[in-house]
Design a binder for this molecule. Structure first.
Ligand SMILES: NC(=O)c1ccc[n+]([C@@H]2O[C@H](COP(=O)([O-])OP(=O)(O)OC[C@H]3O[C@@H](n4cnc5c(N)ncnc54)[C@H](OP(=O)(O)O)[C@@H]3O)[C@@H](O)[C@H]2O)c1
Length: 230
């Protein structure tokens, strides 16, 4: 799927779903809503990988970033009715199915789940690829962890190392780290689950729109009355 046929691989990446995560040896990914380490090279890898693509994140990760990331389509999950007014590159959704459906608006871009812990876990059944940075240290103060149980049977996955260029600045990386790519040997398992959820979301939207249309007819009179005062 990957090396023998580059074009096929690129097509797969555009339609698939990748989770990108950095994790300590003890599974740590966060402390007090921030990263527990400073790794300039890994941040640069994250930026280069996700730029011009779609990123999906939980509201707490959005808070930790402070804003949507530029040069990407940001999809932020929250139950809050209106987290922010929609603006260029920044989209608020209320559910996984809404996130996966919105993602289909950009078929030419790759999509990445960028955290945090709750969000990685919920998207796991729909993910066919992970980019995992293993940070060679333990973080006793951590309060957010990557649940490694989400991989299920490890025989389902193919693992290979990814080369990441290190920044020259010696003070840039606080710890040693390695990056790995994990791919589902059979990505159709995840794509069929995504399609099913997107199908449900679209049929719900269809019902919702039909209902709204009905209401619009019922409210036609009051709107006309108000127009008299315009
Ligand atoms: N090491 C890494 O690679 C990495 C990457 C990203 C984040 N992190 C770390 O992870 C930590 C944050 O992770 P977290 O698990 O606490 O939070 P999170 O996954 O970033 O966000 C959780 C929030 O997302 C919203 N949400 C989640 N599932 C939803 C659903 N199905 N429908 C609607 N909204 C949903 C809810 O927002 P509302 O409460 O607004 O409803 C929920 O409180 C931080 O420490 C951060 O620094 C680490």
């Amino acid at each position: 799927m990957r090396d023998s046929n580059g074009a096929m691989s690129r097509r797969h990446e555009k339609s698939g779903l990748t989770s990108i995560v950095a994790v300590g040896l003890d599974g740590a990914i966060g402390v007090e809503n921030r990263l527990p380490w400073r790794l300039k090279s890994d941040l640069r890898f994250f930026k280069e990988t996700t730029k011009q693509n779609v990123i999906i994140m939980g509201r707490k990760t959005y808070d930790s970033l402070g804003s949507c990331l530029p040069y990407r389509e940001n999809i932020v999950l929250s139950h809050t009715p209106s987290l922010f007014p929609p603006h260029e590159g920044c989209h608020h959704v209320h559910s996984l199915s809404e996130a996966l459906t919105l993602r289909t608006r950009w078929p030419g871009k790759s999509a990445f789940v960028i955290g945090g812990a709750q969000t990685y876990k919920q998207f796991a059944p729909f993910v066919d690829r992970y980019l995992i940075t293993i940070v060679s240290a333990r973080f006793p103060n951590a309060d957010a962890f990557f649940d490694q149980g989400i991989f299920g049977d490890e025989k389902l996955w193919e693992k290979c190392p990814v080369k990441v260029d290190r920044v020259d600045d010696a003070a840039g990386d606080e710890f040693e780290f390695q990056v790995f790519e994990l791919r589902l040997r059979d990505p159709t398992i995840a794509s069929e689950r995504r399609e099913a959820l997107i199908g449900e979301q679209r049929s719900r939207n269809h019902l919702y729109r039909s209902k709204q249309n009905g209401q619009a007819v019922r409210h036609a009179k009051p709107v006309q009355t108000l127009n008299l005062f315009a």
